[in-house]
Design a binder for this molecule. Structure first.
Ligand code: SAH
Ligand code: SF4
Length: 351
């Protein structure tokens, strides 16, 4: 029998191309995306011989091992070992009746942002559509939920989703498909460091998911200091793409802004930010910086964050401060770096 890594990942296939004919294919889709089966043996209404035939060719799970790290605040970080030994992470957040998962699109990230632990790691590789989707399916299963009970997905884990557009869009299609996870596009947010060609692709795509833009500075000089790849993507170019996206979709844009002491938290920067978004409906999330070992930054003091927020509000940009969860297990925004805080709850190997 073939090794798992030599088999075709079922989750990489569009629902219409799953094996089997009409009725059987529908049953398989239901097992994967509605019931969250992770073993062929669970699929009891499929003939045994058919299951054996498929099991020889196709795989269900994308992970060789998974280690869960529960935080005291209820979130759980999952460290996934992929079939080729590379690793990535996701964070499950069960707050306020809104089961949300933050998933990764890459192993590491090539953007190299100075304040982000993932950026420090460098780039491993792009995740496949199957690996992106299976983070959701695995977390649901481990939490004892049917996959569709996880109603909110944010692509804010490791990696830059708009530098892995093909796989990310393929995964999004399965999240939205009525026979897939049947999610509402309004409950899926893709966060980008600002890749103009990717933002144009989002504007043209029929996926209709939400866009979050990590701007972090209203001026190119500051931006290039903290986002080394930003010299390739100037703010005017990003804003042109964002304006196009907004004109096409009329969807409100979320802005993300990690507050770094003495770098991007000056009052003039708040005013300049507001100027950039004249005529575009945007909501600002100010993110207090989450520390990690060896980082060359300090977070802005709380009083400065609140002052910055007040100026943005005054200038007409609705603003929230997003205090992160999961700091104790390295699960907060920008802390994902495959660092193992303590012993995991258990190493799970039958996946
Ligand atoms: N690559 C994408 C998505 C992943 S990062 C992007 O950059 O948007 C998700 C968010 O976490 C981004 O807004 C990023 O700026 C923020 N972030 C990164 N490191 C952080 C840290 N140490 N503290 C707080 N937020 C951080
Ligand atoms: Fe990559 Fe986003 Fe981290 Fe920057 S903030 S290094 S783009 S994951």
């Amino acid at each position: 029998m073939a090794l798992p890594q030599d088999k075709t990942p079922l989750l990489s296939l569009p629902i219409e191309q799953l094996p089997g004919e009409g009725y059987r294919r529908g049953q398989l889709a239901t097992w994967l995306y509605v019931k969250g089966a992770r073993q062929w043996e669970e699929m009891t209404d499929l003939p045994k011989a058919l299951r054996a035939e498929w099991a020889a060719q196709y795989r269900i799970s994308e992970f060789a091992q998974v280690a869960p790290y529960p935080s005291q605040d209820g979130s759980v970080k999952y460290l996934f070992t992929l079939l080729d030994g590379q690793k990535t992470e996701a964070v499950y957040m069960p707050y306020l009746n809104r089961k949300t998962i933050c998933i990764s699109s890459m192993v590491g990230c090539p953007a190299g942002c100075t304040f982000c632990a993932t950026g420090r790691m460098g780039f491993g590789r792009n995740l496949t559509a199957a690996e992106i989707l299976d983070q959701i399916l695995f977390a649901a299963h481990h939490q004892g939920h049917a996959p569709r009970e996880i109603r909110n997905v944010v692509l804010m884990g490791m990696g830059e989703p708009l530098l892995n557009v093909e796989n990310v869009f393929a995964a999004l299609k399965r999240m939205l498909h009525p026979q897939g996870l049947a999610m509402s596009p309004r409950r899926i947010t893709l966060s980008t460091v600002g890749i103009p060609r990717g933002i144009y692709k989002m504007a043209e795509s029929e996926l209709e998911v939400r866009l979050a833009l990590s701007l972090h500075a209203p001026d190119d000089e500051t931006r290039q200091q903290i986002i080394p790849t930003a010299h390739r993507y100037r703010i005017t170019e990003i804003m042109e793409a964002v304006r196009h996206y907004y004109t096409q979709t009329k969807r409100r844009i979320t802005l993300e802004y990690t507050m770094l002491k003495g770098v991007n938290d000056h009052e003039w920067q708040a005013r300049a930010l507001a100027g950039l978004f004249k005529g575009i409906s945007a909501h600002m999330n100010l993110i207090p910086w989450n520390p990690w070992e060896g980082a060359p930054h300090q977070g802005s003091p709380k009083a400065q964050i609140l002052r910055f927020a007040a100026i943005l509000e005054q200038q007409g940009i609705p603003t929230s401060v997003r205090w992160s969860r999961g700091r104790d297990v390295g699960a907060a925004c920008g802390q994902l770096a495959l660092k193992q805080p303590d012993q995991p709850q258990a190493q799970l190997s039958r996946l």
